[in-house]
Design a protein around this ligand. Structure first.
Ligand code: ATP
Ligand code: MG
Length: 499
């Protein structure tokens, strides 16, 4: 389908958005042409999600103009934006879990028979041809709960297309994907681009910008600090516009590895993982690698008492334990920082202060009274140390940017003075500056003799930090690699190819 590359689909001029008195977008411009992939980058809290929520009709800007196809437009709601062809896929995916793929795609615009009933046959056949056109190999009758995260994302995109989207906006779509799934998503984006859609996408993975974006806009503290054709810039330019200074290099320290801290023997939960055996020592970082779905999180949750393995043995500092719930793990000074902030971590409508200390309230209690002063001092110190950007410790945590929420969860885990710490995708959605801060925190923890288990889909992260790497494949240990043996290819081979 030929289309006009010069067609300006969307133009934002001088957008300004404030929450109370906190101005988080200041005079931001943005243009998007047909067939253009436009990336938005910036540190956590820079205003990226706020910008696209403004373009998607979620937020009303205090000042500025939005032109769609040259027409001055005020978006009244997300539905209004969708009606005008702007569809946003947010950081949190939102399919209805117990509806089928076809129902989800047509939710809100079901095809009807002449008598006004939902025309299920047409819905299925239209879904099938839509998915075919987009090269998405999923049965229209599958329930959304049974889809992987990557598939859910594909279906959200297909849904957008079924609404005749002209502008597709994706907020950190690759944060939840492993590397092979990123390729599939990028193929789909390339296809939509070739059909003339304009695509805006946010990512903290700068290499992705160079892979698929034509244009990039950089935000810092709500202000536009740079916009350029990707062909004209390099990574250093991006980083300097993002953080306004040179990037601090992270260096791994020398480790002193001590006695066994966590020993796992033959741990099994049928159908989920089997015969998991490894030992992690004091002062050591053990990487748990594998593809999404290999069972890494499930193993971690069994170790921490979230689920109960059916057989096998867990020893903590030599003592055999049976943990009935996560509290029991906390009592043994074992903390788990969950990958899934929404399901296991946050109390979204509670203040940051409370979210930060909930795992260790006793620390701030005396004779049953909460010692607010002490708690406040502790949280203040955490905010400073982890460089958490927020308006104040009493704001609801849901109002923080994604990366800053993650830092609060890390702070919460540190509050129990852990001896064993399990990090599950700790830098997902975290900007590169904060990432190196989190790496430095891990380095400091192991230098104090704490044992760290690191689950990550980013091979670079695993390789950089781990003393040894346990690779899982389909719920089993595929191999265990020493620091010297571990490389991108040995890990990927074990995770995906062999067997
Ligand atoms: N609903 C809200 N109420 C109050 N403040 C908000 C709200 N939404 C966002 N903010 C504030 O706006 C600022 C920008 O947040 P935003 O989510 O746009 O950042 P971001 O660039 O997307 O960051 P990240 O990379 O961490 O996702 C933050 O300081 C955040 O606390
Ligand atoms: Mg965001």
């Amino acid at each position: 389908m030929p289309f006009d590359r010069d067609r300006l689909l969307l133009e934002a001029q001088g957008l300004t958005k404030a929450f109370d008195r906190n101005v988080v977008l200041k005079d931001v411009d943005l243009t998007l042409h047909a067939g253009e992939v436009h990336a938005i980058v910036g540190e956590n809290g820079a205003g990226k999600s706020t910008l696209i929520k403004t373009l998607g009709g979620v937020h009303r800007p205090e000042a500025g103009k939005l032109l769609l196809d040259g027409q001055d437009t005020v978006l009244r709601s997300p539905a209004d934006a969708i009606g005008r062809g702007i569809v946003v896929i947010h950081q949190e995916l939102s399919l209805a879990p117990h509806l089928s793929v076809a129902e989800n795609i047509f939710l809100g615009h079901f095809p009807r028979t002449r008598l006004g009933f939902v025309d299920r046959r047409r819905m299925r056949s239209e879904t099938r041809s839509l998915l075919q056109r987009l090269n998405i190999d999923i049965d229209p009758q599958t329930l959304a709960v049974d889809l992987s995260i990557a598939q859910q994302q594909m279906i959200e995109i297909a849904k957008a297309i079924s609404f005749n989207a002209k502008v597709l906006i994706l907020d950190e779509p690759t944060a939840v994907l492993d590397e092979s799934m990123v390729d599939t998503l990028f193929d789909l984006i390339a296809k939509l681009k070739a059909e003339g859609l304009g695509i805006i996408f946010i990512s903290h993975h700068l290499e992705e910008i160079f892979r698929i974006a034509d244009t990039v806009t950089v935000l810092r503290d709500g202000k536009l600090t740079g916009v350029s054709a990707v062909a004209d810039i390099d990574q250093n330019w991006l980083v300097s516009k993002m953080i306004g200074r040179d990037f601090p290099e992270f260096s791994a320290g020398m480790r002193k590895i001590g006695e066994p801290a966590l020993e796992v023997k033959g741990l099994t939960l049928p159908g989920v993982f089997e015969d998991i055996t490894f030992t992690a020592h004091k002062g050591e970082i053990v990487g748990l690698a594998g593809l999404v779905g290999a069972g890494r999180t499930e193993v971690a949750q069994a170790i921490c008492g979230v689920t109960q393995p059916s057989s096998g043995e867990i020893r903590i500092f030599g003592r055999k334990v049976r943990l009935r719930n996560p509290k029991a793990a906390t009592r043994l000074a074992m903390a788990y920082v969950s990958e899934d902030r929404k399901a296991l971590g946050l109390l979204p409508n509670r203040p940051v202060r409370e979210n930060a200390t909930i795992s260790k309230l006793s620390r701030f209690r005396r004779f049953g009274f909460l010692r607010l002063g002490k708690e406040r001092a502790y949280v203040g110190e955490m905010i400073r140390k982890l460089d958490i950007r927020l308006a104040g410790m009493n704001v609801e945590i849901r109002t923080l940017s994604g990366g800053n929420q993650q830092k609060v969860l890390i702070g919460r885990a540190l509050a129990i003075d852990p001896r064993i710490l399990i990090f599950d995708e700790p830098t997902r959605g975290v900007d590169i500056g904060a990432k190196s801060e989190i790496y430095a925190i891990m380095e400091e923890l192991v230098s104090k003799g704490i044992c760290v288990i690191l689950i990550s889909s980013e091979l670079e992260e695993i390789l950089r930090l781990s003393d040894k790497v346990v690779v899982l494949r389909r719920g089993r240990i595929a191999t265990t690699l020493s620091r010297d043996e571990a490389s991108e290819s040995t890990i990927m081979h074990a995770a995906a190819l062999a067997g």
